[in-house]
Design a protein around this ligand. Structure first.
Ligand code: SAM
Length: 214
């Protein structure tokens, strides 16, 4: 990714991150085949957050091949459930097969289709949200998420610093201008809105954690 952290810092942190051995093959497949899965340090952050928060229900946007969903499922309390949204049929097929093969079918449900449409209809209580797909739409999703996020719930949003472009106009490439504009608006919104307490963390491609103060 680059532009968020000095590589020696990133390399050092990654050296300390423990491998989730039950998911090594999925991670390696993703890396070899250019499937964008969470960075190791973000994986570690998610695992810590899930174990602190102990969510019964997690909503994820962006399943890809199921890696992050299975990381979270692996540290959720018994009876926990993840609903994860994906629109790409090839990803859906691979995620289904991975989730079944790794024994997470009881915990992880894939909702197939456009996140915008699925979230507009979404009506289930959730304790934690992981936004990792449709980068330009996080702000639009917020309204739907807030209808369903329990008091004291958290929203974790990945890629919020988007290769450094969000913080510096000098790094913005022309075809990403809209995403940059929308992501800045998302970060301003969740930072200013009294209903949230937000922390933006420069690891991976940038992660924002927002706590629902209601
Ligand atoms: C970064 S990948 C997700 C990686 C996954 N969370 C992981 O770390 O293992 C983003 C995924 O979001 C999906 N996606 C992007 N926009 C979407 C949308 N509007 N609705 C549903 N899925 C979307 C893409 O097809 C892609 O598979």
């Amino acid at each position: 990714m680059g532009n968020i952290n000095k590589s020696y810092i990133e390399d050092y942190i990654r050296m300390l991150v423990k491998e989730d051995e039950h998911l090594t093959d999925i991670r390696e497949y993703g890396e070899k085949n250019n499937v964008p899965i969470i960075h190791p340090e973000v994986k570690q952050l998610l695992k810590v957050l899930v174990q602190i928060k102990k969510p019964k229900a997690i909503l994820e946007v962006g399943t890809a091949i199921g890696y992050s969903a299975m990381v979270m499922a692996g540290v959720m309390p018994e009876g926990g459930k993840i609903i994860t949204i994906e629109r790409n049929q090839e990803m859906i097929d691979q995620a289904k097969s991975n989730i079944e093969r790794k024994g997470f079918s009881d915990m992880i449900e894939i909702r197939e289709g456009e996140a915008e449409e699925i979230l507009a209809e979404f009506d289930e209580e959730i304790d934690m949200v992981f936004l990792d797909g449709a980068k330009g739409r996080y702000q639009d999703f917020l309204e739907y998420i807030l209808r369903n996020l329990k008091p004291e719930g958290i929203i974790v949003a990945d890629n919020v610093l988007f290769k450094g472009m969000i913080a510096s106009d000098d790094l913005v490439v022309r075809r990403k201008k809209t995403i940059v504009k929308r992501m800045r608006s998302y970060l301003e919104h969740i930072s200013e809105d009294e209903r949230f307490e937000t922390s933006i963390i420069p690891i991976g491609d940038g992660v924002a954690i927002s706590y629902n103060r209601r």
